[in-house]
Design a protein around this ligand. Sequence first.
Ligand SMILES: C[S@@+](CC[C@H](N)C(=O)[O-])C[C@H]1O[C@@H](n2cnc3c(N)ncnc32)[C@H](O)[C@@H]1O
Length: 299
Amino acid sequence: MAHLRSLPADNTDRSVRRWVKETLIASGDTMFAEERECAAIADRLMADLDPRSRLILEAVERRYDEGELTTLQGNLNRVCKGEPVQRVVGWTEFRGLRVGCSGDVLIPRPETEEVVQWFLEGMDMMEAPRSRKRVLDIGTGSGCVALAIKAERPHWDVVAVDISEAALAQAQANGDRLNLKVEWKQMDALNLEVMRDLGPFDGVVSNPPYIPQSETLEPHVQDHEPGLALFVPESEPLLFYKAMFAMVPTCLSAAGVMVAECHSEFTKSVADCWKLEGAQVHLLSDLQGAERAVRLVRS
Ligand SMILES: C[S@@+](CC[C@H](N)C(=O)[O-])C[C@H]1O[C@@H](n2cnc3c(N)ncnc32)[C@H](O)[C@@H]1O
């Protein structure tokens, strides 16, 4: 059993990193079957002890003391038992930002980093792309999307909404720590009346809940992610996309851009639902080749 493995005898960065990787592999869990994945988890656990790069840690001959190794061992045990490493350390990287992710928020995903890219590219196609813009992130969770946009377009005004008070507390804490100013609001995105009051935006982006309730998820997702962030009613897989589309006439400027991450099985349905005279709608595929998002550009 992984949690019975003793601490490494040699406390150099290289040896400790190797020990973490070998412990994961030795656990025999299929989740840790790939060496590359184990190396990535080891890197995250080590980065939690010291965020400097591996090259620097080797150059400065970093050694870990007993307290650090005990912390590492405890974290490693949790990972071996199926907890996502991002949850164990309490943070992840999102477009170069360190974003805190408590159990109240979805762990930001790499494919959502691409959604931000597609949003920014759509916005950059607008007239005067360098001018001040007002944008909205719906279902902000940890705030990763809103914060990445603010970091990359500091002159834009970014508003972010979520129905969950606990998620917004995490988002706000992330914003404060990163010194990025976003307007956080607790709102129900399905309540069109209140959403309309937010006024017009040049861009709207969202990674809403999109998993039908009957879908079976991997245990590390099912057991460690908030249901509120994941699921939509079985009968209404397009619930949030319909609500977003209903906002377009009043909340999206005449040349505005709207992008939403989608379940790969529903991208075409979302694109159909977003058909609008004078607007272009595109399906976007992620780096794994799965259709992942829909972008609407008004003109
Ligand atoms: C899939 S998560 C996305 C979180 C974050 N934007 C990301 O990409 O990692 C969806 C988020 O929508 C929020 N949410 C669920 N229902 C909502 C509603 N009716 N109105 C506003 N936000 C909602 C959840 O609390 C959750 O934070």
